[in-house]
Design a protein around this ligand. Structure first.
Ligand SMILES: NC(=O)c1ccc[n+]([C@@H]2O[C@H](COP(=O)([O-])OP(=O)(O)OC[C@H]3O[C@@H](n4cnc5c(N)ncnc54)[C@H](OP(=O)(O)O)[C@@H]3O)[C@@H](O)[C@H]2O)c1
Length: 253
């Protein structure tokens, strides 16, 4: 299995958005270990991303704020230019932005959540389309368990933004199948990264951990296998339009 993976991913040109920390950084490390040529992307956490790129021998780091679609297009075009094409686009940049209930929502907040978590993935995919068509590559979208549960108190807008992306993953998979571009998603459960350190209390996290069938919260490394698998034509070449749930059994059909 490890041999299949490293032979298959060796030299693959991979752009991982939101790879300065957390799930994206863990995925970047794993793709680099498998011999892929990785381009990182960061917004505010630039210095750690540059240090990670150096450590894992990545091609570089592109910086951009993904609430701004011109910056999304610039990052993707720059990555394709520096990588000399693209085989795998991982749309992972995202966050909750804040917990707000219905009465607190503003147009600005809704736009920020939707632009970062949804629109940026759509526009990155559009910017990568020609390169992926040429390579018969693939797109992997990071969605969320919240896209199926509706999220926890105050995270409904974030959950809905990921729900949109999850549905669009299926729609885009159908649309891009004639080009042999596969489109899939990874849906993390409750993963202990800065995301929850920032937006969820330790008490609530302890309660969630108790309710997870596997008895603990996830780590960024728990998510990595799903990305490697979906990027590998040898292992998942006949899979498209699928969402892999990585949640310790937190959600079952
Ligand atoms: N942790 C979980 O439980 C969980 C569950 C389901 C889904 N997810 C999703 O998994 C993905 C990764 O999250 P994580 O847990 O690894 O969180 P994280 O550690 O907070 O990392 C978030 C990543 O997104 C980037 N990002 C945030 N705002 C950005 C902006 N305005 N422009 C461009 N990039 C931006 C960050 O870049 P900078 O730091 O450089 O700004 C960082 O690389 C996200 O899409 C998140 O919604 C997480």
């Amino acid at each position: 299995m490890t041999d299949i993976l490293s032979n298959d991913l060796k030299g693959k040109r991979v752009l991982i958005t939101g790879s300065s920390r957390g799930i994206g950084a863990a995925a970047a490390r794993a793709f680099a270990e498998a011999g892929a040529r990785v381009m990182l992307h960061a917004h505010a956490t630039l210095a750690p991303a540059e240090a990670l790129a150096k450590e894992i021998g990545a091609v570089g780091v592109m910086q951009g704020d993904f609430t701004d679609m011109d910056q999304v297009r610039r990052v993707v075009a720059g990555a394709i230019d520096k990588l000399g094409g693209l085989d795998v686009l991982i749309n992972n940049a995202g966050t909750m932005v804040g917990r707000k209930r219905l009465s607190e929502l503003t147009d600005e907040f809704i736009s920020q959540v939707f632009d970062l978590n949804t629109r940026s993935a759509i526009m990155a995919s559009q910017a990568a389309y020609s390169a992926l068509k040429e390579s018969r590559g693939c797109i992997i979208n990071t969605v969320s368990i919240a896209s199926r549960t509706g999220g926890s108190m105050g995270s409904g807008m974030y959950a809905a933004s990921k729900g949109f992306l999850s549905t669009y993953t299926h729609g885009l998979a159908v649309e891009l199948s004639p080009d042999q571009i596969r489109v899939n998603g990874v849906s993390p459960g409750t993963i202990m990264t800065d995301f929850h350190r920032r937006y969820t209390t330790p008490e609530r996290l302890a309660n969630i951990a108790k309710a997870v069938p596997l008895g603990r919260l996830g780590t960024d490394e728990d998510c990595v296998g799903a990305y490697l698998f979906l990027a590998s034509n040898a292992l998942s070449g006949y899979m498209t339009g699928q969402i892999l749930e990585v949640n310790g059994g937190q959600l079952m059909p």
